[in-house]
Ligand binder design. Sequence first.
Ligand code: ADP
Ligand code: MG
Length: 240
Amino acid sequence: MIICQNVSVAYQQQLALKNINLRLEDHAITGIIGPNGAGKSTLIKAILGIISFAGNITIDGKPIKEQRQQVAYVEQKSNLDFTFPITVAEFVSLGLYREVGILRRLTKKNWQQVAAALEQVGLAALGSRQISELSGGQFQRILIARCLVQEAQYIFLDEPFVGIDAVSEEIIFEILRELQQAGKTIFVVHHDLAKVQNYFDQLLILDKEVIAYGETATVFNKNYLGQAFNGQLYFGGDVA
Ligand code: ADP
Ligand code: MG
């Protein structure tokens, strides 16, 4: 379990997260929603230990720096370079760097792990392609494969469906559901409120502080969404 106690983050004196207290459920797919600038990416980065924060975060009772192997991360796609000359299999193998070390050669077993991860995301046939040849949806799937070789318990995805066609989104969500059923704990920063009720078991609504956290059926309502989105939201259809 991931536990955040009094977690705050400031960038140049500007508070991005204010006093976050959370005990995040295991073995669920949790959605993280909130307006632009709500601190969603910042919260993920704090839990991953890649930015500094005040307060305390533990993963299975231990500090983050002892648990880095247990957390895998698919960053917001806009931060990535698709044109880098590297094959799909090589790219996925980068997920092993913590285990293998950056300058060491991969073993046969490592390449088998890479092949298994590509199989899991349905791209076994594309291992020797250049990543620049992939569609947006395929690229998102190899980002997930790169997480899978790490064999982390906790997987964080930051807006994985942005710029991806509906069919790829469905395939990717199916992969996440399979991972959850295999016992992984998955967090997805997400901006399409129409899908929230279908996709997520648990929901965290964030706006610099925790607006609500709990079962999606309980917290996905006009009251909490209104608080988080400050009236900027169009309530169409089926929000309770
Ligand atoms: P979200 O992912 O919910 O859109 P972020 O976590 O990216 O929000 O950002 C939260 C706030 O912190 C925003 O106001 C953003 O401008 C600011 N911020 C994020 N990263 C940095 C940074 N590296 N330096 C300065 N301000 C930042
Ligand atoms: Mg973000």
